[in-house]
Design a protein around this ligand. Structure first.
Ligand code: ZN
Length: 288
């Protein structure tokens, strides 16, 4: 099942067509994705038998973040060994956990305003939690996942390095710094959700390409470790870390430029297309 947020309404995606779930189910399911997580298994059943009647072509510009106001947003630093090494921060191990403040979330095709010349890219697999979870055992981790989506953990590297210790949360939370989408894809759509290719490119140049099997802490391990401390809630997002190839780790260092397009993909999930614009071009308005 591929579920998207089309202008605020939960929609079932079939190819390049979409079905409005609440209307097609005659109100059995809500129009928003977040409250639908409580009946996720019922929704999966319904989606499996839903007819294509009422499916309509849609404008990709109408796609918004599948979850726009997660109760909590966890992000994991240094979760791929080759990225930990290129960052000069050791080889990774125990997950380094921070948050991206949720106001940074954006749609999969939104323009992103660059606040400076030091904005870096990080493709990440994003996990959407389906139900409340405390002290989950690693072997049960995937049972708490509604599905997967693509994320970009955009990062302003100067602000990140201001002060005595890294400012991950603030430096990664400018407006538009968390595009996610294009859909929330349920786990039954994957042969092996622990091994997906992910990457990103700037215009036509591939700058990151890796596989999620190379995570130091797998998705079930992250859920076990986070839920040992925090109560996870339906709709929580976990940005699971990025493989190597970011601009910070290059010699010379390299950052995103106005006028380019950042394309971010995960096998079996889809692509984000985010055009990078200046504050002037955005006219001072929020991105999108
Ligand atoms: Zn990251």
């Amino acid at each position: 099942m591929r579920i998207a947020n089309l202008n605020g309404r939960m929609s079932l995606i079939r190819g390049d067509h979409a079905i409005d779930v609440s209307r097609a189910s005659k109100g059995r399911f809500p129009s928003k994705i977040l409250p639908a997580l409580e009946a996720w298994d019922d929704l999966l059943d319904w989606a499996g038998s839903a007819s294509d009647a009422g499916a309509e072509a849609f404008d990709p510009a109408a796609l918004r973040a599948p979850i726009e106001a997660p109760p909590q947003l966890f992000a994991i630093g240094l979760n791929y060994r080759d990225h930990a090494i290129e960052s000069g921060l050791g080889e990774g191990g125990e997950p380094s956990v921070f948050t991206k403040f949720r106001s940074c979330l954006a749609g999969p095709n939104d323009a992103v305003v660059l606040p400076s010349e030091y904005v870096d890219w990080e493709v990440e697999l994003v996990v959407v939690i389906s139900r409340a979870a405390e002290r989950v055992r690693e072997e049960d981790g995937w049972r708490y996942v509604a599905g997967l989506t693509v994320g970009q953990d955009l990062s302003e590297r100067r602000l990140q390095m201001v002060g005595p210790s890294p400012q991950f949360s603030l430096a990664k939370s400018f407006a538009g710094f968390g595009p996610i989408g294009p859909a929330l894809v349920s786990l039954d759509e994957f042969d092996d959700p622990d091994d997906l290719e992910l990457g990103c490119r700037i215009d036509d140049e591939v700058v990151q390409k890796g596989r999620t099997r190379d995570m130091i802490n797998s998705v079930p391990q992250l859920i076990a470790r986070l839920s040992r401390v925090c109560r996870l809630m339906p709709g929580d997002l976990i940005f699971t870390g990025t493989p190597s190839g970011v601009g910070l780790g290059r010699n010379p260092q390299r950052y995103l430029k106005v006028g380019t397009e950042l394309v971010t993909w995960i096998e079996g999930v889809g692509e984000l297309h985010n055009r990078l614009v200046s504050q002037d071009e955005a006219g001072g308005r929020p991105p999108g």
